[in-house]
Design a binder for this molecule. Structure first.
Ligand SMILES: Cc1cc2nc3c(=O)[nH]c(=O)nc-3n(C[C@H](O)[C@H](O)[C@H](O)COP(=O)(O)OP(=O)(O)OC[C@H]3O[C@@H](n4cnc5c(N)ncnc54)[C@H](O)[C@@H]3O)c2cc1C
Ligand code: SF4
Length: 340
C-alpha cells in the first residue's frame, strides 16, 4: 500500500522536503498556517550574500510544487497523535490528515525587541528592527524616519536578543551580522551621503562571500564598524536617538546621536513548535530548539520513530543550509517509508 508523508510547515524547509518526497514517489500532504507558503523568506527584500531579490528564491521554491503534493494553507496544526506508527494531525479549523511519517518544518520566531527595554524599541519612534527595515526596502518608498525625513546618521546594533544571558539566549543567531552588513550597504546605496555605524561584539562572517561583503562595506561604502556594546539609548527632543556604547577596544564610553537606530534581531525557538514536539515527546535542547537523534550523525531524525526534523526549528540557519537540510531529511524519510 502507498505510504503517506505529512509535512508541517510550508517555509523553505517544508516545501523543499515535500517536493523531494514527491519526486521520490511518496504521497505527501503539506500543512501551512499562513495563506501562502514561503515562511520568513517572504519578509526579506534582498538576500545576503549576493543581494539578489528574495522573490527569485521564492519562485524557485513554488515551482518545485507539483500536483502530487496536497497543499493545505490557512491550516495551523495544533495536535499530533500517533498510534502504532500511524500519525493523525489536526488543525485549528478541524482538518484531519493521516499519514505514516511526519516531518516537522515549522521554523523559528523572531526575538521581540521590546524585551530589551533599555534599547527603546516600542518607546522611541526611530528605533526599529532589521525586519522593519527589510519591509521599508520591500515597500520601495525610501528609508525615512517616523517624521518623514531622510536619516543622515544610521546605527545598527548587533546581537539583539542573541548572545545575551539576560534574555536567556546564549546562542549566536548566525545571520544577523551578515544581515547588518548587507542592510548597511543597502542604506548607503539608497542614501549615499548617510553616515552608517555598526556596533558589534564580534563580527561573524562565517560563510562563503560574507567576509568579502564586510570588506566591501568598509572599503567601498565607508561604513564604520565599532566594537562596542550598547548600554542604553534615549530620545532627543527632535526624535533623534542618543546611543551610549562602551567601546570594548578602547574601554571608553561613547555617546553618539543617530537619526535611525536599527536593532538586528535574531532567531528564537517557536513556542508552537515546542508544543507540537512535546505531544510526541521530542526533546527540546537547552537553547530551546528541537534536538535531533544525534548532533553529528542523525540530525534529520527526531527521537520518535517516524518523525523527522528540517530547517530552523533546530536552530539558526541560512537559506542554503535550509535547502540542503530539507533534501537530506526527505531522503531519510523516504527510506523510512519505503525501506529496501
Ligand atoms: C532578519 C533575518 C534575515 C534573513 N535574511 C536571510 C538572507 O538574506 N539569506 C539567507 O540565506 N538567510 C536569511 N535568513 C534566514 C532564513 O530566513 C531562514 O534560513 C529560513 O527562513 C528558514 O526556513 P524554515 O523553512 O526552516 O523556517 P520558516 O521560514 O520559519 O518557515 C516555517 C513555516 O512553518 C509555518 N508554521 C509554523 N508553525 C506552524 C503550524 N503549527 N502549522 C502549520 N504551519 C506552521 C510558518 O508559517 C512558516 O511558513 C534571515 C533570517 C533573519 C532572522
Ligand atoms: S550573527 Fe552576529 S549579530 Fe547575530 S548573534 Fe551572532 S554575533 Fe551577534
Amino acid at each position: 500500500m502507498m505510504k503517506r508523508g505529512i509535512v508541517i510547515g510550508g517555509g523553505i524547509a517544508g516545501v523543499t522536503a515535500a517536493s523531494a518526497l514527491a519526486k521520490l514517489g511518496i504521497e505527501v500532504a503539506l500543512l501551512e498556517k499562513e495563506p501562502e507558503v514561503g515562511g520568513h523568506l517572504r519578509n526579506w527584500d534582498r538576500l545576503f550574500p549576493s543581494r539578489r531579490k528574495s522573490t527569485e528564491v521564492l519562485q524557485f521554491l513554488t515551482k518545485q510544487i507539483n500536483s502530487t503534493i496536497s497543499i493545505h494553507t490557512n491550516q495551523k496544526v495544533v495536535s499530533i497523535q500517533e498510534k502504532h506508527g500511524h500519525f493523525v494531525v489536526e488543525t485549528e479549523k478541524g482538518l484531519i490528515v493521516e499519514g505514516d511519517s511526519i516531518l516537522l518544518a515549522t521554523g523559528f520566531e523572531l526575538f521581540d525587541a521590546s524585551k530589551k527595554e533599555e534599547y527603546g524599541y516600542g518607546i522611541y519612534e526611530n528605533v526599529i528592527t532589521s525586519v522593519e527595515l527589510e519591509r521599508m526596502f520591500q515597500d520601495g518608498k525610501g528609508i525615512l524616519t517616523q517624521q518623514g525625513t531622510i536619516p543622515k546618521r544610521i546605527g545598527f546594533i548587533h546581537c539583539v536578543g542573541s548572545r545575551d544571558e539576560k534574555v536567556g539566549h546564549l546562542y549566536c543567531s548566525k545571520v544577523c551580522c551578515v544581515t547588518g552588513v548587507k542592510q548597511a550597504i543597502e542604506i548607503k546605496e539608497t542614501i549615499p551621503e548617510a553616515e552608517v555605524f555598526g556596533f558589534y561584539m564580534d563580527l561573524r562572517m562565517f560563510d562563503r562571500y560574507f567576509e568579502e561583503m564586510y570588506f566591501e562595506a568598509q572599503q567601498q561604502w565607508g561604513i564604520n564598524f565599532i566594537r562596542g556594546r550598547l548600554s542604553e539609548c534615549s530620545e532627543n527632543p527632535d526624535h533623534s536617538i542618543l546611543v551610549k556604547v562602551e567601546d570594548t577596544l578602547t574601554s571608553r564610553p561613547l555617546r553618539m546621536t543617530v537619526d535611525l537606530l536599527v536593532l538586528l534581531v535574531g532567531f528564537i525557538p517557536s513556542a508552537e513548535t515546542n508544543q507540537l514536539a512535546s505531544m510526541l515527546e521530542i526533546p527540546i535542547g537547552e537553547d530551546g530548539f528541537l534536538e535531533p537523534v544525534d548532533e553529528h550523525t542523525l540530525t534529520n531524525s527526531a527521537q520518535h520513530p517516524g518523525v523527522f526534523l528540517a530547517g530552523a526549528l533546530k536552530g539558526p540557519v541560512c537559506i542554503s543550509e535550509t535547502f540542503a537540510d530539507a533534501r537530506a531529511t526527505a531522503v531519510q524519510m523516504a527510506a523510512y517509508l519505503n525501506p529496501y
